[in-house]
Design a protein around this ligand. Structure first.
Ligand SMILES: C[S@@+](CC[C@H](N)C(=O)[O-])C[C@H]1O[C@@H](n2cnc3c(N)ncnc32)[C@H](O)[C@@H]1O
Length: 222
């Protein structure tokens, strides 16, 4: 993949920000993720670090960061509106353990060279259900290799979707990869999220339209 078609996993045009969202967006400089944070290996050996890719309006990462002040949370989101919504929540609650990368997650992953994450979450990525759009899906062979590079040994990767096609696609790509173990114990395992999962806004919207969510849980082996 070249750097031009990496951006194609992001869907559609963005609506302009409201006045309040514009104000909240100004806090980005305060909570912006800085790659130098992960240059120090002591830092990621001593701290538990969690990454959420495509956090939407940030409900999950916000609740996690608020309830676990000793962990570090890094959230990636392309859309300004979502970034502004999360920034407002962080600022209102004065959280000190959360950083935002505003931009394309592929670019973020490309820049990281260390296996520093205890968990990576990809909740309800844009499904791109049409066959001709498969290349736009976030999960690709190359992305799995990159995720392997940045997750700590025995670290977890959680992926969910309410698009069965996306789930099958993801499983077939992980089947071709020997670096992760699919943590499924029962046949119905993919109907259950990991323990402590809060649920996302996109998921709730889908449930109202009778779209059933599926959850894949992987562990990085070595
Ligand atoms: C369907 S929404 C789900 C949002 C959230 N995870 C949830 O469950 O409510 C997918 C989100 O991923 C973001 N996204 C998609 N591709 C991305 C990329 N390459 N880099 C950063 N964000 C991305 C989109 O902007 C969108 O907010």
């Amino acid at each position: 993949m070249n750097s031009n078609n990496k951006l194609i996993s992001v869907k559609g045009r963005e609506r302009p920000l409201s006045k309040k969202q514009k104000q909240a967006f100004l806090f980005l400089s305060k909570y912006k993720f800085n790659f130098s944070l992960l240059k120090d290996s002591d830092y990621y050996k001593k701290n538990k670090i969690f990454l959420e890719i495509g956090f939407g309006s940030g409900e999950i990462i916000f609740k996690e960061a608020k309830n676990n002040p000793n962990n570090i949370y890094i959230g990636i989101e392309y859309y300004r509106r979502g970034v502004a919504q999360l920034l407002k929540k962080i600022e209102d609650h004065n959280l000190k353990n959360i950083y935002i990368f505003h931009g394309d997650a592929h670019k973020f992953l490309e820049k990281l060279v260390v296996n520093c994450f205890d968990e990576v979450w990809l909740f309800f990525p844009d499904p791109w259900p049409k066959k001709r759009h498969e290349k736009r899906r976030f999960i690709q062979k190359e992305t799995i290799n990159k995720l392997n590079d940045v997750i700590k040994t025995k670290g977890k990767l959680y992926i969910s979707s309410d698009d069965k096609g996306y789930i099958s696609w993801t499983l077939s790509l992980f089947n071709q990869n020997d670096k992760f173990e699919w943590l499924a114990e029962l046949q119905t395992d993919w109907e259950r999220p990991h323990d402590g999962y809060y649920g996302s806004r996109y998921e709730e919207k889908g449930k109202k339209k009778n779209r059933k969510p599926y959850f894949l849980k992987f562990k990085k082996l070595n």
